[in-house]
Design a protein around this ligand. Sequence first.
Ligand SMILES: *Cc1c(COP(=O)(O)O)cnc(C)c1O
Length: 398
Amino acid sequence: MSEEKRLIYLDNAATTKTNPKVVEAMLPYFTEFYGNPSSVYEFSGISKKAVTDARETIATSIGAKTQEIYFTAGGSEADNWALKATAEAYSQKGRHIITSKIEHHAILHTCEYLEKQGYEVTYLDVDENGVVKLDELKKAIRPDTILISIMFANNEIGTIEPIREIGEIAKEHGILFHTDAVQAYGHVPINVDELHIDMMSASGHKINGPKGIGFLYIRTGVKIRSFVHGGAQERKRRAGTENVPGIVGLGKAAELAAANMEERAKKEQELRDYLIERVLAQVPYTRVNGHRTNRLPNNCNFAFQFIEGESLLIMLDMAGICGSSGSACTSGSLDPSHVLLAIGLPHEIAHGSLRLTLSEENTIEEMDYVAGEIKRIVERLRSMSPLYEDFVKHGAKK
Ligand SMILES: *Cc1c(COP(=O)(O)O)cnc(C)c1O
């Protein structure tokens, strides 16, 4: 990349920049306080205390007890653990799980795995804004339902789910409620008691913390099998020498996220709404995907008719803008995202989708530049599209 080329990073739902304060907090635990928290000498007590402090910070941030926080190697592991281990522990009660069609693959692929193991999974529909239908949830509940797993906020379209209502329904029926809060934790206030959450997954690298560290909240009393067998770490439920620097980094990131959550959300939301308005005003035949107000403060998701999201992404990249499309590009497949299909977008419109997820470091000036580049690139791509040409000639008159 040439030096003068600007970089506008708008892919914070994929990962975030590690806060330098987080790195600073982590550093001593590599070369100075490298002791194993399980050892008995005083030196390792420093590592042990650092892990305990981080656990406390995180517990406080969601209204949980310290011993209800279990560190994992990220959000995917926490999701896998929550589902597989409760499925196993509650298999005497039943083998039915309820989730939604718009979950992250860490949930969906785990559910598919469980189906192969003889579990039954109901995948709930969502409405056109990506909100889980509560009446469908109620109808899906059976005597053998053991778990409801619904994400807190969607990673593609940013829609925030009615978590309190879902928690209440689960509680009424005596069913466990897990939520993948990887996109929500640190961005919106969460209290596990008020929302009746029994298990919750979160991840460091989505909140300006390090990659490869996350946690699973498990309410006291929930029967759950250990996920990694070995030593007695994490109350014998997740073996392996603690990733002390990672845990310290996660704790610091959680502390920083909680400290300015409101202010950050307000700033991101202003930038988000400004960008959405600019793009809608400048680019015809465009829609916003996801709930218009009940959405993550930093999430914009557009669908532009008559273009390919992949081409748009490549051209935005040339303009120094990092975004993400509605295709499942991670798997190298060009199928439109399951989330966009679940909200009812036809394939061709889902293909023209673009996700831009902001941070508090972005500026209005950047949003002007981004909106201008989107307008320029979409016009260019449409000018090359036979579909658009046809539409302008015939369709527009309808
Ligand atoms: C990123 C993400 C995950 C996976 O978290 P990792 O820490 O990358 O494993 C799971 N669920 C959602 C909603 C995510 O956005």
